[in-house]
Design a protein around this ligand. Structure first.
Ligand SMILES: Cc1cc2nc3c(=O)[nH]c(=O)nc-3n(C[C@H](O)[C@H](O)[C@H](O)COP(=O)(O)O)c2cc1C
Length: 199
């Protein structure tokens, strides 16, 4: 199947079949795909937490607003968090990146406010979100990106230290009756000539 067809067929799953499980092999593949995500200067200011454990997902479900049943019934919730400690981030890049990348950070990012630096981290995390959603589409795994969660509660439940939850994705397989799937509900997007400019 072509990638465009995968994108036409992917959708935000609203109802999961709790009896359908993702194979361990596929979960391991998703982990490696996330590790391979690109980021500016290869900064990788992130951690991805895979939560398959039902008890922990039930706790997360209680702090997930309208996403409760998705968190309970999917196979795994992948929590995207970004590094919250600038000093730790700087130590990490000093140890892993080449001097050109470190100098770029020192010249263009470091002089900015903490808020701006963290906003730059967040943008890298969102890029990984796009990679994961595309990978799921290609692998025929259903997914739900979720900003409708309480990030601080997620941090507490998962015991995240030095990292802060930004967004999460439920992955699993749809309930056959999910009313949001493209076979039932036509995909809605703005027209091509409004969103694409060709020069
Ligand atoms: C960053 C982000 C956060 C989202 N948060 C939620 C959410 O909390 N709950 C939900 O059901 N859908 C959520 N969505 C799904 C969007 O509403 C959906 O992608 C959009 O309407 C397009 O529909 P489609 O994904 O089915 O093509 C989110 C999407 C993105 C990209």
């Amino acid at each position: 199947m072509s990638f465009i067809q995968s994108m036409q067929e992917r959708y935000t799953t609203k109802k999961y079949d709790p009896t359908k499980k993702i194979s361990l092999e596929h979960i391991e593949e998703l982990k490696e795909i996330l590790r391979l995500s690109p980021s500016s200067i290869n900064s990788q200011p992130w951690k991805f937490t895979f939560v398959s454990n039902q008890e922990t997902r039930n706790k997360l479900a209680k702090v997930s607003w309208h996403n409760t049943s998705k968190v309970e019934d999917c196979d795994t919730v992948i929590v995207f968090s970004r590094i919250n400690n600038i000093e730790l981030f700087e130590k990490q890049i000093e140890e892993t990146l080449h001097p050109g990348a470190i100098n770029y950070y020192k010249e263009f990012l470091k002089p900015q406010s903490e808020e701006q630096i963290k906003s730059w981290f967040d943008r890298q995390v969102y890029l990984a979100l796009g990679v994961l959603l595309s990978a799921c589409a290609e692998m025929k795994i259903d997914s739900t990106p979720m900003e409708g969660i309480e990030p601080e509660e997620y941090d507490k439940i998962l015991g995240l230290e030095n990292y802060q939850t930004i967004v999460a994705v439920a992955v699993g397989y749809r309930d056959v009756e999910d009313q949001n799937q493209p076979a039932v509900k036509t995909k809605s997007r703005r027209p091509l000539d409004e969103v694409i400019k060709t020069v």
